[in-house]
Design a protein around this ligand. Sequence first.
Ligand SMILES: NC(=O)c1ccc[n+]([C@@H]2O[C@H](COP(=O)([O-])OP(=O)(O)OC[C@H]3O[C@@H](n4cnc5c(N)ncnc54)[C@H](O)[C@@H]3O)[C@@H](O)[C@H]2O)c1
Length: 252
Amino acid sequence: MLDVFSLEGRTALVTGGSRGIGAGIVKLFLEAGARVAFCHYHDGAEAERLAYGLEGAGHAVDFIECDVGDAADVERLRDFAVEKLGHVDIIVNAAGISGDRPFAEVKVEDFDRMIDVNLRGTFIVTQAFFQQMVERGHGRVINFASQLAYKGAPAMAHYCASKGGVVGFTRALAYDGAPFGVTVNAIAPGPIETAQLAGMTEDWRAMKHAELPIRRFGTVEEIAPTALLLASKAGSYFVGQTLSPNGGDVML
Ligand SMILES: NC(=O)c1ccc[n+]([C@@H]2O[C@H](COP(=O)([O-])OP(=O)(O)OC[C@H]3O[C@@H](n4cnc5c(N)ncnc54)[C@H](O)[C@@H]3O)[C@@H](O)[C@H]2O)c1
């Protein structure tokens, strides 16, 4: 690993690290030399499998179940991270939920849950560690938005609202962190082959492939390196940005 991408001596907490993009980031950060812990929600078997596989590759990783939308749970997450890592240099807010439903059928509870996990979760997890980063004079916050925050999508008003909120939160908090060596940025992936796309029909997949300039969905391995860039010395001049590896779906 090139020195500028090294996370040697750094600690990282990844929310939603049991599978998908979060799991890809856990693996890559471990390979880059970081000590890593992650949380998941109702995904214990996947978390065990991931940790077991990583152990086989010589990497130790700690994990805990936590609903990032629940403030009391996030307090437990903070205590766990402090116990396992001592302090947290890098937070990756990868936990997220998706879903499509015609606007007229979205109940206010559906909207609330989407916001709770994707936006409120990002807010309260970051708040649990931010001050400690400021006091240490170093930190990296990496949030997960979506290319749909920019382009929208039919029947996804609640999801797009939550991800648009993440972009705004990222920009605003960047001002609070940057003078103290804490950078705050986001990643807005295009469609990536994870559980979030697993339920989609073949017709939908073919239609989306045709829409994408790159003519295919992305992989976890094509997203995790953007997180490494933002977490490492290589990305130290990115402040308040939302980087969008999206196969050309949105060109900003
Ligand atoms: N996959 C895509 O096409 C895509 C596109 C754009 C943005 N994103 C965003 O990237 C992030 C990762 O997506 P993914 O596709 O890897 O998802 P995924 O469904 O594969 O994994 C989601 C992860 O979040 C965790 N999680 C879910 N609810 C949680 C909660 N309440 N508290 C804590 N953890 C919770 C799960 O345990 C899991 O580890 C999400 O924020 C997602 O919205 C994904």
